[in-house]
Design a protein around this ligand. Structure first.
Ligand code: URA
Length: 234
């Protein structure tokens, strides 16, 4: 297993910079002293660091054990996540659950979160259609992700899709080419990215969907094997 040095910026905001005034948000993010995931969740519920709180039902913070070995980072909550307040509980989450089971990874031992913690959407008829978060929204939300990493101290961070990969690893990382390859990062001993489960759901045919799912499961197995064989634990 090779860990490549990767020139892209990682999460730019360190502990000392957690008081962040964004140019368009109305409130600073203030990370509570001696943070726990519970404390962070409670404070993030009132986050107004960008304008997405105005259209989202609620902040959807990360979830999982504070002692989790692996942290999965998605893009942003979807419609169902926005309504329930929990990450990865919609169709993409169901696919992730299935892939984790196939790869022999117990979801209760992982922490799942998103680069952006409010649902960005636009109306289409009666439906709320997912809209990709922009760079300013990702930057505004970054202190929360950094705080989650600082608290959980995962052995591995697995970005799901290009938005998360760019937020965590850097803009040069190409998921299609470098999926499941580890990059050097100050954030965790193992940092990598694979496709977003939604991209598998969007595959044009059953056959393509099946193939994409198999590749996704293989990526998860590769990542899990690397972590297990290196025996790096928190
Ligand atoms: N897609 C994501 O990136 N995150 C979720 O929580 C749900 C769907």
């Amino acid at each position: 297993m090779e860990i490549v040095s990767f020139g892209g910026p990682s999460l730019a905001v360190r502990k000392s910079d957690h008081r962040l005034q964004t140019s368009f948000g109305v409130k600073e993010i203030e990370i509570p002293p001696r943070p726990t995931i519970k404390k962070l969740q409670a404070v993030a519920a009132d986050c107004q660091a960008c304008d997405l709180w105005k259209i989202g039902t609620q902040t959807v913070f990360g979830e999982g054990k504070q002692t989790a070995t692996v942290m999965f980072v998605g893009e942003q909550p979807g419609d169902k996540e926005d309504l329930t307040g929990k990450p990865f509980v919609g169709p993409a989450g169901a696919l992730l659950d299935k892939a984790l089971i196939e790869a022999g990874i117990d979801r209760t031992t992982v922490y799942v979160t998103n680069a952006v913690k409010h649902f960005k959407w636009e109306p289409r008829g009666k439906r709320r259609i997912h809209k990709k978060p922009n760079a300013a929204e990702i930057t505004a939300c970054r202190p929360w992700l950094q705080a989650e990493i600082d608290v959980v101290k995962p052995c591995a961070i697995v970005c799901l899709g290009a938005t998360a990969a760019q937020a965590v690893i850097g803009p040069k990382f190409r998921v299609s080419v470098q999926r499941a390859q580890f990059v050097e990062s100050p954030l965790a001993p193992f940092v990598t990215a694979t496709v977003h489960p939604s991209s598998i759901l969007r595959a044009p045919t059953d056959e393509a969907r099946h193939e994409e799912m198999e590749r996704f499961i293989d990526d998860l197995k590769t990542i899990w094997k690397a972590i297990s064989t290196r025996k790096i634990h928190r």
